[in-house]
Design a protein around this ligand. Sequence first.
Ligand SMILES: NC(=O)c1ccc[n+]([C@@H]2O[C@H](COP(=O)([O-])OP(=O)(O)OC[C@H]3O[C@@H](n4cnc5c(N)ncnc54)[C@H](OP(=O)(O)O)[C@@H]3O)[C@@H](O)[C@H]2O)c1
Length: 289
Amino acid sequence: LRSDKVGIAGAGRVAQALGRALYQRGVDVAYVASRHRNRAESAAEFIGPATTAVEYSELPSRSGRLLIAVSDSAIESVARVLADGGARDGIALHTCGAKGTEALRALSDCGVACGTLHPLQTVREGQGSASALTGISFAVSGDGKAVAWAEEIARLLEGHVLRIRPECQVLYHTAAVMASNYITTLMDVAQELLVSAGLDPADAVLALAPLVRTSVENAVTLGTTAALTGPIARGDSDTVASHLNALSNRDQRVSHLYSVAGLNALAIAERRGLDQAKVAAVANVLKKN
Ligand SMILES: NC(=O)c1ccc[n+]([C@@H]2O[C@H](COP(=O)([O-])OP(=O)(O)OC[C@H]3O[C@@H](n4cnc5c(N)ncnc54)[C@H](OP(=O)(O)O)[C@@H]3O)[C@@H](O)[C@H]2O)c1
């Protein structure tokens, strides 16, 4: 049945990982499309032995269930190509966290039930990518039929469903980006400082790894308020001032990051009951920078 077959628009990281994860759970992921035949073919090979590479325009006549996992800026144009390719019913979900169902307007105007299914996970190429989609949260929105399919996918992947109100979609995505990309950024800056302190770059990452992992684990198990340690949590303004002094001859982006992140750490310390005089002293040092 066409309506049971899943077709994936896009042959990148999410298309491949989600396609493979669903295929492994018995979903009929029958087609995958890309602008480039060779990329669609290698994605099909990665997803599973019964997956075939096709053109975007061929998907609607072959699949009643469309997963659109193309770059954010291409979602509207790919939806238009699918609509022009004859999409008239069925379901379509896109995997972008920053956009809502309005990005699929071309398809909803043709009678397709439209929605979104955003995996709250960072997805890379390669073997581990499909298993990284197991047990995660998925933000889901859209028409009744689309939401039902998105929830079915989340259930198959042993995931949790997050229903985000449309007006909060961008806020949701901002949180996702900060939790993922900013942790990477903080590690990058810490590595840069350790290299300046004389460590080899690879040794610096290895040295930081247990600290970062334990900090994340503590934030998850204890909550961020209880997990925060260090000079700002203690209200040690002298140490904070010495850090800023050590950063003073470097690019200002680093000292600015230290100060802005520090003010946010100070909000945690204050929430935990740090003495008001210490809060004021640390704030004074951080805001001077
Ligand atoms: N990677 C992540 O960590 C992650 C996590 C959650 C959600 N997402 C979302 O999932 C979606 C896909 O992300 P991704 O990381 O898988 O991207 P990706 O690896 O860069 O792959 C993007 C795909 O989009 C296609 N594409 C790009 N521009 C196009 C255009 N103008 N017309 C038609 N196709 C076009 C590319 O096709 P060609 O093969 O033809 O070049 C490629 O197959 C995005 O909405 C992203 O925000 C990503």
